[in-house]
Ligand binder design. Structure first.
Ligand SMILES: Nc1ncnc2c1ncn2[C@@H]1O[C@H](COP(=O)(O)OP(=O)(O)O)[C@@H](O)[C@H]1O
Ligand SMILES: [Mg+2]
Length: 393
C-alpha cells in the first residue's frame, strides 16, 4: 500500500518527538515493572466464607474468633463485619476442617496438566486448581514448565524481566549433567498467595528443550526422569505439586508426565481443541511405548481426568463437540465442567483468576456459576488424590 506523502516524511523534529514519547512510555513501564513485591494481593474472606471452608456453621465464627486459639481476623466498616486474610483463613481451615490430611509418610501428589493446543485453558485450570487446593488446607507447589511463563505471570511476576535462568527448572538439564543441580529446592519461591509456592518459568527455559534432545541421544542418560528426580525432595514438603506444561509434548512435558501421579487434560469443546487432544494421546502413547521398548521404562498413573472447559452452553457446535469428547473419553471425563465466563476472560486481562476475586463487580450469579464449577473441580481432584495417591478411605 502506498503511504500518504505526509506520512513518508520524517523530520529530525519528528524523530525527537517520537524518541521522547517512546522513552517516557518505557520509563513508566519500567517503573511499573520495578514495583515492589507482592504486586498482587490475595482476597480477604468473610466469616461466612471461612465457616464454609471449615465445614462449620457461620454463627459459630464470632464465638470461635474470641476463644483465643484461632486468628481473630479484623472487624471492618460500620457493619462490624469480621474479615480474615487468606493466611488467617488457612489457619482456621488447618485447625477445624475434617478433611483428611496427607497421611504420615505419604508424599505430595503430583499432577501434570496437559494438552497440545495453546489456549486450551491449561494455565487457567492449573492456577485455579492450585489456589483451590490451598483453600482446602493443602500446601501447593506450582511448577511452570512453559517458557511463555503464563502461570508465572499470574503470580504477579514478569517472566521476561524478573525471572532468570537460575530461577527455573532449566539448570537441571544443563550439560554436563554431573554438575547440574539435582534438587529443585533452589528454585522455589513463595507467592502473594499463602500456601502456594512456585517454580517460575521464563523464555530462557527454551534452553531445556535444546539440551534434553541432546541428552536423549546418550544411552546412559535418563533424560525423561530429570524432573522426577529433582522434584523428589519437594514431595515431602508439599501436599500437591502441579505442573503447567507448554502447548506441546515437549521434552519438559514428557518429564512432567513421567513425574506425575495424575494427568489432567482440560478440553474446550471446540473441534480443533478436541482434535489436538486426540493427537496428544497418540503421541504420548508412542513416546511412552518407545521408552518402554528401548529403555525398559514402565509408567502408569494413579488417575487420568478430562475436564470440559470454557463450555459455551449456548453454542450448538460446542454441544456437538462435547458429545464427541464424552464418547471418546467416557469414564475419564469429570462430572463437572467449567463454563465459558466473562469472569475468567476479564480476570485474565487483569492477570487474575476466579479465586483472586473477592468482590465481583458484575452479577453475583455470574460469579457464583464459575466459582462453583472450580470449587467442584478442586473437590473432585482432591478426592482422586486422597483415594488413589494417598490410599485413604
Ligand atoms: N472459563 C473460561 N471462560 C472464558 N475464558 C476463559 C476460561 N478459561 C480460560 N479462559 C481464557 O482462555 C484463554 C486461554 O487460556 P489459558 O489457560 O492461557 O490456556 P493455555 O494455558 O492452554 O494456553 C485465556 O485468555 C483465558 O483467560
Ligand atoms: Mg498456558
Amino acid at each position: 500500500m502506498q503511504l500518504a506523502p505526509e506520512a513518508q516524511r520524517f523530520s529530525i523534529a519528528d524523530l525527537e518527538a517520537l524518541s521522547d514519547s517512546a522513552n517516557t512510555l518505557l520509563e513508566s513501564l519500567r517503573t511499573k515493572m520495578l514495583e515492589p513485591h507482592p504486586r498482587k494481593k490475595a482476597p480477604t474472606f468473610s466469616g461466612g466464607q471461612v465457616a464454609a471452608l471449615c465445614g462449620i456453621e457461620a454463627t459459630q465464627v464470632p464465638y470461635l474468633a474470641k476463644r483465643g486459639d484461632l486468628p481473630e481476623g479484623s472487624v471492618e466498616g460500620r457493619g462490624k463485619r469480621r474479615v480474615f486474610t487468606l493466611a488467617e483463613t488457612r489457619e482456621w481451615v488447618a485447625k477445624l476442617s475434617k478433611r483428611p490430611r496427607r497421611p504420615e509418610g505419604a508424599r505430595a501428589a503430583t499432577i501434570a496438566v496437559v494438552n497440545f493446543k495453546g489456549g486450551s485453558t491449561k494455565t487457567t485450570t492449573t492456577f485455579n486448581l492450585a489456589q483451590g487446593e490451598t483453600l482446602l488446607g493443602r500446601r501447593v507447589l506450582l511448577v511452570d514448565l512453559d517458557p511463555q511463563g503464563s502461570a508465572t505471570t499470574l503470580t504477579g511476576m514478569l517472566p521476561a524481566a524478573e525471572v532468570f535462568e537460575e530461577h527455573t527448572v532449566g539448570p537441571i538439564t544443563y550439560p554436563p549433567l554431573s554438575e547440574a543441580p539435582k534438587d529443585l529446592r533452589y528454585a522455589v519461591q513463595s507467592t502473594y498467595w499463602d500456601g502456594l509456592d512456585i517454580i517460575p518459568a521464563a523464555p530462557h527455559l527454551f534452553n531445556a528443550e535444546i539440551f534434553l534432545p541432546i541428552h536423549s541421544r546418550d544411552p546412559d542418560i535418563h533424560w525423561w526422569s530429570l524432573l522426577d528426580k529433582a522434584i523428589d525432595p519437594l514431595r515431602d514438603e508439599y501436599d500437591v505439586i502441579i505442573f503447567d506444561t507448554a502447548p506441546a509434548l515437549s521434552y519438559l512435558a514428557v518429564n512432567a508426565v513421567i513425574a506425575a501421579d495424575g494427568l489432567l487434560m482440560p478440553i474446550p469443546p471446540d473441534n480443533l481443541d478436541y482434535a489436538s487432544s486426540v493427537a496428544f494421546w497418540s503421541l504420548l502413547s508412542e513416546t511412552l511405548g518407545s521408552l518402554k521398548t528401548h529403555r525398559k521404562i514402565e509408567k502408569d498413573f494413579a488417575f487420568m481426568r478430562v475436564l470440559l472447559s470454557r463450555v459455551d452452553s449456548t453454542s450448538v457446535s460446542a454441544s456437538i463437540v462435547k458429545d464427541w469428547i464424552i464418547r471418546t473419553y467416557g469414564p475419564y471425563v469429570l462430572t463437572t465442567e467449567i463454563p465459558r465466563s466473562q469472569v475468567s476472560g476479564v480476570g485474565a486481562v487483569q492477570f487474575g483468576t476466579v479465586f483472586d476475586i473477592s468482590k465481583y463487580e458484575g452479577a453475583a450469579k455470574t460469579y457464583a456459576k464459575i466459582r462453583d464449577a472450580f470449587d467442584t473441580l478442586v473437590e473432585l481432584i482432591d478426592q482422586s488424590i486422597m483415594s488413589t495417591v494417598w490410599g485413604l478411605k
